[in-house]
Write a protein that binds this ligand. Structure first.
Ligand code: PMV
Length: 345
């Protein structure tokens, strides 16, 4: 009998406030807990179709990214499927057709692994339920766990709002295996904006997996993990109290520490560009001159995320356009806000 199943999911990117950088032994377990804002506009849409299989190859997989076959991504998918196939046998038992696209340009310098792996994990969990006729006890938790195996930060993209991943005594139900939503933040953070300034387009200079492994023999690894745990402790109260000054202090320090770790590793990497530093200086000047609580964070690259509460959106956007866009490659920037949970009416 001919069987066809299909799943289609959208999933967003996220930006970490306390960063995950370094792994514990095991299948993609974090050396320290992390917390992020899920973004509302930087989204991957994945459609996954499953048909009866005729081929004898282990995976009968056709993969398209933005309408074109993409052999490099297909290779990555096969490696990922090898890791989860024991739990999801349909991946080898059926013919698979996957097509994926992003709402942000692929080589814009915005990391796409979080949104793409989380969209894929949601499809895989949904198809598993359809094919086996069973339901996971907690669908989103399972999707987060499967997303994590593809890309650690993807575990956090399964949920809107603020999301934390990694075991920490202050966060009930936290786990190294999956992310959990952090639902007790003050409303001020629920209106936050993230304007992503593209200082440098193109692929990352250091892949995430190479970056994480730099921590294995890093002279500051122990101190880093201790600091991240302390920052997770502090940021919980800061988020709950709506303490924006405390937020700025931790978020900027986390961003700079991520880069400091890379600068102090062997081999070493300087991922900031002169324009990254120029933007950071301008943000700090603007903040102190205008008493407007805007701050920055960074990914493992040169681009700058500008974070600010909604009540200052007009002034900050004027500042971005007047003083910061000149430092962006071809003037490129993307406006996001924290993605809020869908309203259930
Ligand atoms: O999920 P990965 O392996 O791409 O690692 C993400 C690492 C950072 O983006 C730098 C920090 C984070 O917590 O998202």
């Amino acid at each position: 009998m001919q069987h066809t199943y299909s799943a289609d999911f959208e999933s967003p990117s996220n930006i970490a406030l306390v960063k995950y950088w370094g792994k514990k032994p095991g299948v993609q377990l974090p050396a320290n807990p992390s917390i992020s804002f899920t973004l509302d506009k930087a989204v991957t849409d994945t459609s996954f179709k499953v048909f009866s299989k005729n081929s004898s190859e282990k995976y009968d997989l056709h993969f398209e990214f933005e309408g074109n076959p993409n052999p490099a991504f297909k290779e990555k998918l096969i490696k990922y499927f090898d890791k989860i196939n024991a739990e999801f046998p349909f991946l080898t038992e059926y013919k698979l057709e996957i097509s994926s696209s992003n709402t942000f340009p692929h080589s814009s310098g915005i990391a796409s692994s979080a949104s793409s792996m989380s969209a894929l994990a949601l499809c895989i969990c949904d198809l598993h339920e359809q094919i086996t006729g069973t339901s996971f006890e907690n669908f989103h938790q399972k999707a987060s766990e499967i997303a994590r195996i593809g890309s650690g930060s993807a575990s956090r993209s399964i949920y809107p709002g603020l999301v934390m991943w990694g075991e920490h005594q202050d966060y009930d139900g936290s786990s190294d295996f999956y992310a959990i939503p952090f639902n007790t933040a003050n409303q001020v953070f629920m209106g936050y904006h993230d304007v992503i300034l593209i200082v440098e387009k193109g692929q990352k200079k250091v892949s995430s997996s190479a970056g994480h492994s730099l921590l294995e023999k890093h002279p500051f690894a122990k101190q880093r993990y201790e600091t991240a745990n302390v920052n997770m402790h502090r940021i919980k109260t800061i988020l709950e109290d709506g303490d924006i000054d405390g937020f700025i202090e931790i978020v900027e320090s986390e961003a700079l520490m991520l880069h400091a770790l890379m600068m102090a590793s062997t081999p070493s990497f300087i991922l900031m560009k002169p324009n990254t530093l120029a933007i950071i200086e301008k943000i700090r000047e603007f903040r102190s001159a205008n008493k407007i609580p805007v701050c920055f964070t960074l990914d493992a690259g040169a681009n700058v995320h500008v974070l600010f509460p909604d009540q200052y959106a007009i002034q900050v956007m004027e500042f971005v356009q007047k003083d910061l866009v000149v430092y962006c490659e071809e003037g490129t920037y993307f406006c996001n806000r924290i993605k809020l949970p869908d309203l259930v009416l």
